[in-house]
Write a protein that binds this ligand. Structure first.
Ligand code: UD1
Length: 420
């Protein structure tokens, strides 16, 4: 067990480099299974979800090395078609291997994925769209079997622009001869990154980043080398840290367009934000203006993954702000822990009303998922005294060296491992 101790109430002043994107690298690692060759993938963050993806690839017969943020996958001799339950439970993204397996092997056997508990997280959109691609699904004894002698190209309308379902369809469709079209596809930058990675191995995917994605399957695939985009939620986390604590931070290796919605909210909070190339400079007096209404939306709207971060900031704003979480039900686990620190938050269904208090006070708090953990650390930076954040393993799923990143921004932070 590990904890992070943060002594808050002091302004930050520092610089941080943003690591590669968790949500981009996970489907890219799954996609590396398909090419039957060597994929060299740079800018991979050293986080537990990447380690889990590597374990799945190795289980399926790939040879993998991970050194200095570069993962090399050799999928020449893959034999596996089945992912054990214990690896499936490690993370939600394990489900994306279904598309890769069906594409390459014509079959996948897996169980329901685990991951952060953000309320009910079904995979019905994944399975229903697979059926449209001619994949036969059988569910028995907690295992899901997907079989397709041949993936049949189709025109697929997604009821909701699910990120994971869009990725899974793209991967599955690579294996079918002909054109598959996804209408109402997710438009997240991570979809574009998956498209670019697949095209670098010889695939033909077009339209990523728009709501219509077209995949021409059956193309010959081969070796590739690719660099993953920076993590927009990590970049947002470091901006939130500066705004909550006050001070100045330089956040390097960001694609500014990917964080436009977050920057807009930080400006509404009173922060001054300047952007130059891939660097964001953010300054805050620590006197935070409340934001009237924040609605989480699919990209390019305000990301659900950053909702907890703004709740921490709103907790110490000079007035009342409202947050509406539209993507995941039950994604307010951090609110109870913030309340322990003195925050005044009421929740009814999707709506959270956050009445800013003069100060938060440090105490022991428990992360309930990845982003709630990051948000508690952000709140701790604004709080008086010492906060101990428990359940750091959640934070480790998505942030590489989180404590060191915040320390380089000037935070008084210490990680203690192996405590009882
Ligand atoms: C991805 C991200 C996650 C982010 C989310 C929304 C990764 C690894 N994770 O998750 O960080 O918070 O996008 O931006 O990329 N849904 C269904 N049925 C399905 C699939 C989804 O009802 O089959 C619902 C979900 O319960 C949720 C909504 O659709 O309410 C959005 O989910 P989705 O976009 O699929 O998120 P993930 O891909 O799981």
């Amino acid at each position: 067990m590990s904890v992070i101790k943060i002594r808050g109430g002091r302004h930050l002043d520092g610089t941080v480099d943003v690591h590669g994107s968790k949500n981009a690298v996970l489907p890219i690692l799954a996609a590396s299974f398909i090419n039957g060759g060597i994929s060299i993938i740079h800018n991979c963050p050293d986080i537990t979800d990447v380690r889990t993806s590597i374990a799945i690839l190795e289980h399926l017969g790939c040879e993998v090395t991970f050194k200095d943020n570069t993962v090399t996958v050799n999928s020449h001799n893959v034999t596996g078609t089945s992912i054990p339950d214990e690896l499936m439970r490690e993370m939600r993204s394990s489900v994306i291997f279904a598309g890769a397996l069906v594409s390459k092997m014509g079959r996948a056997e897996l169980s329901y994925p685990g991951g952060c508990k953000l309320g009910h997280r079904p995979i019905d959109l994944h399975l229903n769209t697979f059926r449209k691609l001619g994949i036969i699904i059988n569910e028995e004894h907690g295992r899901i079997q997907c079989d397709a002698t041949q993936v049949t190209p189709a025109r697929i309308f997604l009821d909701f622009p699910s990120v994971g379902a869009t990725e899974n369809i793209i991967l599955a469709a690579i294996g079918g001869e002909g054109v598959t079209t996804i209408i109402n596809a997710a438009k997240e930058p991570e979809i574009v990154d998956l498209q670019n990675f697949l095209n670098s191995m010889g695939a033909c995917v077009r339209g990523g980043g728009t709501d219509v994605v077209e995949i021409t399957g059956g193309r010959p695939l081969g070796d590739c080398e690719y660099t993953v985009i920076p993590d927009r939620i990590s970049a947002s986390t470091y901006m939130a840290a500066v705004v909550a604590a006050g001070g100045t931070g330089e956040i390097r290796n960001v694609v500014p367009n990917h964080v436009s919605a977050f920057i807009a909210v930080m400006r509404e909070c009173g922060a001054s934000v300047s952007v130059r190339d891939r660097t964001i400079r953010i300054t805050s007096s620590g006197k935070i203006r409340p934001v009237k209404l924040i609605n989480t939306m699919p990209y390019p709207g305000f990301p659900t993954d950053a909702q907890s971060l703004v709740m921490s900031i709103m907790s110490v704003a000079r007035g009342t702000g409202i947050i509406k979480e539209n993507i995941f039900q039950g994604r307010y686990a951090h609110a109870n822990e913030l309340a322990r620190m003195g925050a005044d938050i009421s929740i009814a269904d999707k709506i959270a009303v956050v009445r800013g208090v003069r100060r938060l006070s440090g105490c022991d708090v428990y992360a309930a998922d990845l982003r709630s953990g990051a948000a508690l650390a952000v709140a701790a930076l604004a709080a008086e005294g010492e906060t101990t954040v428990h359940n750091v393993h959640y934070i480790d799923r998505g942030y590489e060296c989180f404590d060191r990143a915040l320390a380089s921004l000037g935070a008084d932070i210490e990680r203690i491992d192996d405590i009882e």
